[in-house]
Design a protein around this ligand. Structure first.
Ligand SMILES: NC(=O)C1=CN([C@@H]2O[C@H](COP(=O)(O)OP(=O)(O)OC[C@H]3O[C@@H](n4cnc5c(N)ncnc54)[C@H](OP(=O)(O)O)[C@@H]3O)[C@@H](O)[C@H]2O)C=CC1
Ligand SMILES: Nc1nc2c(c(=O)[nH]1)N=C([C@H](O)[C@@H](O)CO)CN2
Length: 263
C-alpha cells in the first residue's frame, strides 16, 4: 500500500515537478489545484489524484478537506506549496485623509497573502491532523513485534527567504510567510515526537514568464551562487525531510548564500 502525500497548489512549476517526481518515487500523491492547467491531465495520467480548490475560500476549502478524507484515511505528509506572490500596492502620497477605499484596497492584498499562506496552512493542518495521526498510529505487525522505529509523519511548509529579512515591495507576502514559519514552530512543539513539522525557505528558485533579462540578472546577482536552481532543489529537500528522524521545528534555507551577499 502506497503512503499518501498531499501537496497544495501543484498544477504548475515547483508543485507540479514535485508531485510528478514523488508519484514516480512510489507515493500516492494527492494535489490541490485552483486553475485547471493543462498539466492536471498529465498529473492524472500519472496516477496523481487532483482535487480542485480555492484554498482562500472557506466553502471550497471545506469541500476540499472532505474530498481528501473521502479518498484517504492516512496521510504520510502534507506539503503546503500553494502561494501567490503579490506585490504591495503603490503608496499614495497624500496629506489628505486616508480614504476608506485606500484601506480596503490595501486590506485586499494583505488578506489575500495571509489567507493563502498562513490561514490555509493553519486550517488544513488542524482539519487533516487526524489523518497524519492515523498514519503514525497504524503500526504493522512487524513494527509492533520488533524494535523497528515507529512511523513518523511530516508537515512541510514552503516559506521564503524574505520571511526573515522582509521585502520592500512584497511586505504583505513576506509577513504572511513569516507567520507560516512561526506556525511551523508551534506545530513542531505540539505534534512531537511522531509528527515532524518543518519549513523550506527558498530564495530565487525559478523565474516567471515575463521576467526580462535585466530582472533576471539582478535577481541572480543577489546570491553568492548566482543561479536559479529550479524545483529539483525543493524535491531534494522534501525527500531529505521525509527520511529524517531527527529534524523538526526547523526552517531549511535554499538561498545560494544570499544572506552573505553584502549589498
Ligand atoms: N519560484 C520561486 O523562485 C520561489 C518560490 N517560493 C515558494 O515556493 C512555492 C512554490 O513556488 P512556485 O511554484 O513559484 O509557486 P506559484 O507562484 O507557481 O504558485 C503555486 C500554485 O499556488 C496556487 N494558488 C495560488 N493561490 C491559490 C488559492 N487561493 N487557492 C489554491 N491555490 C492557489 C496557484 O494556482 P493558480 O495556478 O490557479 O494560480 C499556483 O498553481 C511557493 O510557496 C512560493 O512562495 C519561495 C521563494 C522563491
Ligand atoms: N508563489 C510564488 N512565490 C514566489 C515566487 C513565485 O514565482 N511564486 N517567486 C519568487 C522570486 O523568485 C523571488 O524569490 C526572487 O525574485 C519569490 N516567491
Amino acid at each position: 500500500m502506497r503512503d499518501t502525500l498531499l501537496i497544495t497548489g501543484a498544477a504548475q512549476r515547483v508543485g507540479l515537478f514535485c508531485a510528478l517526481a514523488l508519484q514516480q518515487q512510489g507515493y500516492q500523491v494527492i494535489i490541490s489545484y485552483r486553475t485547471r492547467h493543462a498539466a492536471v491531465a498529465e498529473l492524472e495520467a500519472a496516477g496523481v489524484m487532483c482535487l480542485q480548490a480555492d484554498l482562500t475560500d472557506l466553502s471550497s476549502l471545506s469541500s476540499f478537506i472532505d474530498e481528501v478524507k473521502r479518498h484517504c484515511l492516512k496521510l504520510r505528509a502534507i506539503i503546503h506549496n500553494a502561494s501567490a506572490w503579490q506585490k504591495d500596492l503603490p503608496l499614495i502620497a497624500t496629506d489628505g485623509l486616508t480614504t476608506l477605499a485606500q484601506l480596503q484596497q490595501d486590506a485586499t492584498v494583505f488578506d489575500a497573502m495571509s489567507h493563502i499562506h498562513a490561514r490555509a496552512a493553519y486550517l488544513l493542518n488542524r482539519a487533516l491532523l487526524p489523518l497524519l495521526q492515523a498514519y503514525v498510529s497504524d503500526l504493522d505487525q512487524s513494527q509492533q513485534d520488533s524494535e523497528m522505529p515507529c512511523k513518523m509523519a511530516d508537515i512541510i511548509h514552503l516559506t521564503d527567504f524574505v520571511a526573515t529579512v522582509g521585502s520592500e515591495k512584497h511586505q504583505a507576502y513576506a509577513a504572511s510567510k513569516a507567520a507560516v514559519e512561526n506556525l511551523t514552530f508551534s506545530l513542531a512543539r505540539q505534534l512531537a515526537p511522531t509528527i515532524k513539522v518543518n519549513a523550506i525557505a527558498p530564495a530565487l528558485l525559478m523565474f516567471n514568464q515575463g521576467d526580462d533579462d535585466s530582472y533576471r540578472q539582478k535577481a541572480l546577482a543577489k546570491s553568492l551562487l548566482g543561479v536559479a536552481p529550479g524545483a529539483d532543489e525543493v524535491l531534494a529537500t522534501i525527500n531529505y525531510l521525509l527520511q529524517s528522524r531527527y529534524i523538526t521545528g526547523r526552517v531549511l534555507p535554499l538561498d545560494g548564500g544570499r544572506q552573505l551577499r553584502l549589498p
